[in-house]
Design a protein around this ligand. Structure first.
Ligand SMILES: C[S@@+](CC[C@H](N)C(=O)[O-])C[C@H]1O[C@@H](n2cnc3c(N)ncnc32)[C@H](O)[C@@H]1O
Length: 235
């Protein structure tokens, strides 16, 4: 083999390795390397997470907390669980909504994301509306059917077994309770982790959910809303 061919082969190999590292660490945020890597990466990003994401809180109130309260009306004091709460994006937009009189438990496996969340909740004096829990989403430490609302935004695809996490979330939801989660619009980059709308509908129906609505929300994500079916003999 000529020197030129060697250089070309070496270049291609370096490119492939660099691409693989970029895909595993940055594009998929460690999702294919296991839960520990995902959590370690979030621990690492925690201080910069809000700056990177640049959430628009007013838009989140309009597109998340208002419709959520509309969908569970007349209940305005729901007990809520936010799975993979991160820096408390969802608990804070609930607490800042004047209609909300309930309580949100924000659960996350990254201690540093939770530390950021705690800072923000303390600064806004929202402690009566929000509590935080360091725990894995794969096995929720709650009895069946205790929550009026369960949410999980932009996170299901980072779980080692998204279908099992979804089943756990629905187990914790009371019959008639409301689920809000998200799916990525572009499903090409995370095979088997990001689900199509059809796959999400099939999973939810199999788990006893009804009135499933999928709505385009942001550039990257659609919102998925659904209610937990009430068993006929209890109606
Ligand atoms: C993209 S962030 C989303 C955070 C928040 N829901 C939001 O919308 O800003 C993903 C979050 O999932 C959390 N996470 C990843 N794997 C987890 C697991 N197995 N159990 C609990 N949390 C997990 C990460 O620590 C991180 O805070």
């Amino acid at each position: 083999m000529s020197d030129q061919a060697h250089i070309l082969l070496l270049g291609a190999a370096i490119f492939l390795v660099a691409f693989l590292i970029w895909w595993l660490i940055f594009e998929t945020e460690g999702a294919y390397l296991g839960r520990r890597v995902v959590v370690a990466l979030y621990d690492l990003y925690a201080a910069r997470y809000d700056r990177i994401k640049q959430f628009d809180e007013n838009a989140d109130i309009t597109l998340i907390s208002q419709p959520l309260l509309d969908r569970i009306a007349p209940v305005n004091d729901p007990l809520m669980l936010d799975v993979a709460t991160g820096t408390a994006r969802l608990p804070l937009i609930m607490a800042r909504n004047a209609r909300f009189q309930g309580h949100v438990i924000g659960l996350d496996a990254s201690r540093r994301m939770l530390a950021k969340a705690r800072e923000k909740i303390g600064a806004g004096r929202f402690e009566s509306y929000v509590s935080l829990l360091h725990h894995d989403a794969g096995e929720l430490p709650f009895a069946d059917g205790g929550f009026d609302v369960v949410t999980c935004l932009e996170a299901l695809e980072f779980m080692p077994r998204p279908a099992e996490t979804l089943a756990e979330m629905i187990r914790a939801l009371r019959p008639g309770g409301l689920l809000l989660t998200t799916i990525r619009i572009d499903t090409r980059w995370m095979p088997d982790r990001t689900w199509s709308e059809e796959r999400m509908r099939t999973e939810l129906e199999a788990l006893g959910m009804r009135e499933i609505k999928v709505m385009i929300w942001q550039e990257d994500y659609s919102q998925v809303w659904a209610y937990k079916r009430i068993p006929e003999n209890s109606q």
